[in-house]
Design a protein around this ligand. Sequence first.
Ligand code: ATP
Length: 351
Amino acid sequence: MAHDMQRVRESDGRMLASSGAGSTEVGRSGAMLRVSGLRKSYGEIEALRGVDLEVAAGEIVALLGPNGAGKTTLVSIVAGLRRADAGVVEVDGLDARRRSAEVRRRIGLAPQDTGIYPVVSVRRNLLLFGELAGLGRAELRRRIDEVAEALDIGELLDRQAGKLSGGQKRRVHTAIALLHRPALLLLDEATTGADVETRGHILELVRQLAAEGSAVLYSTHYLAEVEALGSAVAILDHGQVIARGDVGDLIGAHAVPVVELAFDGEVPAISSHGGATVEGNRLRLPTRDPAATLVEVVPQVPPGVLSSVEIIRPNLEAVYLALTGRRYDEADREGAREEATERKGRSVVAK
Ligand code: ATP
């Protein structure tokens, strides 16, 4: 096993980059990650169409976007797992292509597909990655205890890594990514499938790392989590970053409350003050005064067709809706519907 090994053979034989060897000084000023003009196509599909993004040392940036927006592609390219067609990735001022070994040493990665040694125990995996990352024995033991407790994997430490469930493996890989306090931490949906408590612990670790100077880029499907973290946000849509800023600033700039009426069947003709949009069986009315809007439109609804009324407050979800024209959880529901339908062997048209 090469000393400088950053690649791990997964049980399916694929090679995955993982937590790199050698922890690094963090806490420098300026952008730890700088991505510019990044493009990537898979045949006809343009997954990234010129992505520009910076993450400063000590900053947490949540990467949001609907299914297929290009989040995993972006994270994978930054981590050196996939090659961009064009554009530049710099980590700590180093060009990721030309200085790939040095760059990988600065990165901790918890990808969607977990990469761990399947035939040895979880503890052995953690020791191995920790040693490769240059942690001394005493510190490594302490870090293993810390991350094991935070991620609730204490009882898994002596189990064979390859025999864990998907969710358990995901937590182990998150632990590996966090172990050596990387200068740039990349988490791709690391909290998906975790219970609320574990999710809270992961977020606490992320906060701590950022407070110590690490830059964190993490993709997630949980907007409440992003609001709780108070992190910056980058919204990726159709392969481009369409918004970047602090949650509060984005809410101030883009979000107004929205009254949403859902109908059984087609949306009936209803007149209202400007800005109404229809998506599927939902009518959305952006408004500064939701109560007045309800008083105006509800009397116009024919009997028996209204299935729900919701007021979407000016929060991150409203920002997302204003910028992308879709609700965030709808992207999830569509994904879930497609998965369910694939299982049944039928096709589905998402509204
Ligand atoms: P999700 O939220 O569903 O994980 P994502 O935002 O991470 O999505 P990507 O996985 O980066 O999106 O995919 C971006 C686009 O590129 C999608 O249209 C996807 O189908 C396509 N794509 C991704 N990987 C491949 C691949 N290996 N070969 C062909 N197309 C791909």
